[in-house]
Design a protein around this ligand. Structure first.
Ligand code: MF3
Ligand code: CO
Length: 248
């Protein structure tokens, strides 16, 4: 079942989403060569707590860190540790916060220092793929319209679409129905209705889309070692489009 949220619930989801957005803004200036991923994770946890929320990832199915920090060929779920960011890296912060029982979820990939043209390319086009998906997020459309828009955009720019990982509904749980794949056919899948809340999150690769799980049982990387980008917003479906809950 896909929940339709009341305006009261949407207000709480808006607060949760805003906390996630503010956490991204807070962390951005710290994303420099030399900082460890553990330091970033600690800063994120302290900021989220100061906002009156909790980091949703912590303890989710046993996940050990507060946010997900994935570098270069890591697609998702990188675990913070002693590793330092380096000039030329791209780093994805996937931040989830829970406020009064309602979640917000947004991932963003950032360049560290001077990055290659390949890195710029994957960042630019994965973000644009997200916006192509967002354009289709409105009542009366189907999930497949979002999926298809992301896939078509990725194909046009010769980027790989990771198939095993999808966007999802967001509400009292971080992951709810429906799945929001980044590939699919127009007009298929669940019908979007006003008040549904979903996270749209293209995960694209510069090379092949195939992935594998690291020995830590969390970190997911590209098989071919190619760079990956990940941009995600949580949105509420409206009759005339969508309202971004994790934006400005
Ligand atoms: N935004 C991530 C996702 O949708 C949240 C992962 S929480 C974790 O997959 F615990 F699984 F890392
Ligand atoms: Co998500």
């Amino acid at each position: 079942m896909i929940s339709i949220r009341s305006e009261r619930e949407i207000e709480l989801l808006r607060t949760a989403g805003h906390i996630v957005y503010e956490t991204h803004q807070y962390l951005k200036p710290f994303l420099k060569e030399g900082i460890t991923t553990k330091e970033i994770d600690d800063l994120a946890a302290a900021f989220i707590k100061k906002c009156g929320a909790t980091p949703s990832c912590k303890g989710y199915e046993g996940y050990p860190a507060n946010i997900c920090i994935s570098i270069n060929d890591e697609v998702v779920h990188g675990i913070a540790g002693r590793r330092k960011l380096k000039n030329g890296d791209i780093v994805t912060l996937d931040i989830c916060a829970c406020y009064k029982g309602y979640h917000g979820d947004s991932a963003w990939s950032y360049p560290i220092g001077n990055v290659s043209s390949d890195a710029k390319y994957i960042l630019e086009h994965t973000e644009k793929a997200l916006y192509e998906g967002l354009k289709m997020a409105k009542a009366g459309n189907h999930i497949g319209d979002i999926s298809n828009a992301v896939e078509e955009y990725a194909n046009k720019y010769h980027l790989g679409v990771v198939k095993e990982l999808t966007g999802h509904g967001v509400g009292n749980h971080l992951h709810e129905e429906p799945n929001v794949p980044n590939y699919g056919k127009k007009g298929t899948g669940p019908l979007l209705k006003e008040g549904m809340v979903i996270a749209i999150e293209p995960m694209l690769t510069l090379g092949e889309p195939d992935i594998y799980m690291e020995d830590d049982n969390w970190t997911i990387k590209t098989d071919d070692g190619s760079l990956s980008g990940h941009f995600e917003h949580t949105v509420v479906i409206r009759n005339d489009g969508c309202e971004i809950l994790t934006g400005e």
